[in-house]
Unconditional design. Structure first.
Lengths: 183, 390
């Protein structure tokens, strides 16, 4: 065991974001084990859709696997899409696979460049900057690159409690969350 | 990983109900009234990329709900379609940590006998089954499996007390030349076994079997015998693709040769065929020494030649030390055959034979015959096996 380095801190903060949002949305967050890590799954969320508001065939318990990333790179917004460079092509292919039973999403926590600004604690609360967004890469095109692939996360898909609740409900109906390639 | 239909059947056996409407999506979705708003969801097909992960998740959830550990749950699922019998030896006095080896073998035989007897009783109810060869009983035994007591436990352990027997008279041992104190017999045996197995495995791995067998023949203390090879064959099942690992844990109360490597010895599946071949080679090349043998003539199987004399094979019952007898064949010329005839026809008349007796199934074979004479019982004691001088 050793002191956390830069990347470890970012990683832990992304888990903290995931946990906090899931808890507020009444969603259980399981941190992945060694098997999950080999499969590119950092965490699993288990949630229950608000059944009283919806009808039709739907699951009453939903699981979604999460691959979690954190970056201090500058957020670049292209027409409502935030770009992120995924460094592991295996993970990219795992995320875009259409042969998965359990839906899988990518959650990226965008952190400020200045490390001092990542986390602030005061008498009025704890502030974790800056924001996390999610995307489903289901159906994305195969990569033609050697090692990295840029993906685009919609700004409207902020990873927050209402957004997560909506996501759980969509998945309860087994709606495929297809990736929208950037124009 | 468990088959999806088997998992479905197991979950249903625990009170869960299947939602039929999800079958068109190739999903098993199961609910249980005892656990409202909980569902177990997994694919009907093993082809899903995350099939294993789905199953692990379902087992984890089910374990949480039923308050059963995942290993226990998996164990129950594994025997979904089987009745499992567990036999446990319990002692009222001391905790039973070991059993005599013969007893362990007896228990395994007892289980087989128990199942056979009961199967026979099902087919033909009666108080005694003279021969338990009823086809359903035999097929039941064929299909019955010997299970692990826990995952990974197909380990058979035997313990040999190092002070169980007195040391041999000669304290020296090729592996411990520096020892001046007698080495316990049991330790000699276990060290010899370890080294013999290590040599055997190395010879196979390095493809130097022929050279190694040559060295065995020239050695005054070969560490490996055909019998040892035959014993290794008992650890091989041709219907399984398996390896054998042998580990020695030495009592610290007695020194072990420095040359001994404590790593486990591995015999791979392919090695067993080589070992069987080595066994044959060692048995064939084990030329028996010439010895004097004495016995009675039991059978005359000779043939008549053109001159009207019989010669050929006779079968003798050789008297061995300890009161044992062994039947052996020997080929005689006409003169010796005539003597054999006389020994066969006259009560109490023995044959004294000089030759090489080859071990094996009876009747064994006597070759290189150099001497065949009749011996009157007055000239020796069959009980004492004191042979008269030639």
């Amino acid at each position: 065991m050793s002191k956390l380095d830069h990347n470890n801190i970012k990683s832990e903060l992304s888990y903290a974001w995931l946990h906090a949002v899931a808890s507020r949305a009444s969603v259980i967050c399981h941190i992945g084990n060694r098997h999950d890590d080999n499969a590119g799954v950092d965490a699993r969320l288990t949630g229950w859709p608000a059944m009283e508001r919806y009808v039709g065939r739907h699951l009453s318990e939903v699981d979604v696997n999460v691959q979690l990333k954190a970056t201090a790179q500058k957020m670049v917004n292209h027409n409502g899409l935030l770009s992120y460079s995924l460094s592991n092509l295996k993970h990219y292919n795992d995320l875009r696979s259409d042969n998965l039973v359990t839906p899988r999403i990518l959650v990226v926590l965008f952190l400020p460049k200045q490390q001092q600004q990542w986390l602030e604690v005061g008498n009025d609360g704890l502030l974790l900057r800056q924001c996390a967004y999610w995307v489903s890469l289901l159906g994305a095109k195969p990569s033609t690159n050697q090692s990295r692939q840029t993906v685009y996360l919609p700004v409207k898909q902020r990873f927050d409690p209402p957004g997560l609740t909506t996501l759980i409900t969509q998945l309860a109906y087994r709606e495929p969350l297809l990736y929208q390639e950037p124009p | 990983m468990i088959d999806p239909a088997d998992l479905r059947d197991f979950i249903c056996s625990q009170g869960w109900n299947q939602r039929q409407e999800w079958l068109e999506d190739r999903l098993y979705v199961l609910e249980n009234p005892a656990f409202p708003r909980r569902q177990l969801v997994f694919p009907m097909d093993k082809t899903a990329s995350d099939y294993d992960e789905c199953i692990r998740r379902v087992i984890g959830k089910m374990g949480e709900l039923m308050r059963i550990g995942p290993d226990e749950l998996l164990s129950r699922m594994r025997w979904l379609r089987e009745d499992v019998l567990q036999f446990r030896i319990v002692s009222d006095h001391d905790p039973v940590s070991t059993l005599p080896l013969g007893f362990a073998l007896s228990m395994v035989n007892g289980i087989q006998m128990m199942l056979k007897a009961t199967a026979c009783s099902v087919v033909h109810p009666r108080l005694h089954h003279a021969r338990m060869v009823v086809s359903p009983a035999l097929r039941l035994i064929e299909r019955t499996r010997f299970n692990q007591t826990q995952a990974g436990s197909f380990i058979m352990r035997v313990s040999c007390p190092i002070d169980a027997l007195e040391p041999l008279d000669s304290p020296d041992h090729p592996l411990l030349p520096e020892m001046t104190q007698p080495i316990p017999f049991v330790r000699r045996v276990t060290m010899t076994l370890q080294q013999g197995l290590a040599q055997l495995i190395e010879a196979i791995e390095l493809d130097q079997v022929d050279a190694w067998i040559g060295s065995l023949r020239q050695s005054s203390r070969p560490l490996v015998s055909a019998n040892l090879c035959q014993a290794l064959g008992c650890f091989h099942d041709s219907s399984l693709d398996h390896a054998l690992s042998i580990q020695f844990d030495w009592s610290p109360l007695q020194a072990v040769a420095a040359t001994i490597n404590n790593r486990p010895l591995w015999i791979r599946n392919d090695d067993f065929a080589r070992i069987a071949a080595i066994q044959d080679q060692l048995r064939q090349e084990d030329t028996p020494r010439e010895e004097r043998l004495i016995g009675t003539v039991e059978q005359l199987n000779g043939v008549m030649d053109q001159e009207g004399y019989r010669s050929g094979e006779v079968v003798v019952a050789l008297l061995l030390p300890g009161g044992n007898t062994v039947h052996a064949k020997v080929t005689l010329d006409r003169n010796d055959y005539a003597k054999a005839y006389q020994a066969h026809m006259q009560h109490g008349l023995y044959a004294q034979i000089s030759g090489r007796l080859h071990a094996g199934n009876q009747p064994q074979q006597i070759t290189d015959l150099t001497h065949f004479e009749l011996v009157h019982p007055d000239h020796f004691s069959p009980c004492q096996m004191t042979l008269p001088a030639l």
